[in-house]
Design a protein around this ligand. Sequence first.
Ligand SMILES: [Zn+2]
Length: 323
Amino acid sequence: MLSELLKDFLPVDVSRMRARDFLGKQNEIENTKLAAIGKGSGWKDVESCPLCGSGERETEFRKHDVELVGCLDCRLRYGARIPSNLDDVYKSPEYVSFSKEDSDEHYSYRRDRFGRERVAILEKYCGDLTDLKILDIGCGNGYFLSAAMERCKHCFGTESSGRLRKFATQKTGLSVFGEDLENLPERDFDIITLFDVIEHVPAPARFMETVIELLKAGGHILMFTPNFDSFSIRVMEAHSSIVDPTEHVVLFTRPSLKYLADALRLETIYYETQGLDIQNILSMSRGGDADSGKFLIRWANELQAMINRSSCGDYSRIMFRKA
Ligand SMILES: [Zn+2]
């Protein structure tokens, strides 16, 4: 079984994905974001579950003085406080300068490793993409669009960061719009993709209703989002970079994704989890030592392949179909 898993396994070169000294900089980045929120509009309380509306909840962790709570009804995790204005974080100049997303190397590696993998998932469930119309919401530097263009003639993106929008437009030559989905110049998409987007959205069900409006009947949504119920979160708890109250205002689990699908009358046609960031675990977990670190790194691919298959990976991948 393990050899079968490894045959399908695509390793990730973490060193090529992140800003230099990413892990060492994690605290610095988070402090910068906290300062930007403090200087800006501050925080506001979230009294009830942003997905199902229930007030029944329990505390999971506390990070930067913000409680991360779990809804006892739909199992969504959410910040009991969120930034009053999320632009305080995303538009702060310090935050922008930490990212190396607008670099050629970052773009090419992500296109080849992740963009093409995502296109292959779409082809598996949606068939030939050539004449379909695809929208990538929150397209970042455009690496997924660049891979999608290799197989599809009608690709579009949206991106809220002006700097990344410009980079993506220059790299792909495609139309990349701003974040205002209600006034998008294009609609009737066959496929809408949301990679690392929904966890940033304070009202996820309402946001998804807008997304669904842009989709044709029978169209597909492919979404990737952190999986709260993962081995990494179990090990790292609040030390995980996924637990970030300044940006990740909601964190989904399999049951809360099912709640979302049912509430929006979407059919789920694919679900799996992927990811086990060994380096992240080693640098952030308490009590790691050099020998266990060597062991984990030596067997990283095997462990990752097994965890992927067990639905305990770091990221959920889910595809919905609109009725
Ligand atoms: Zn809930």
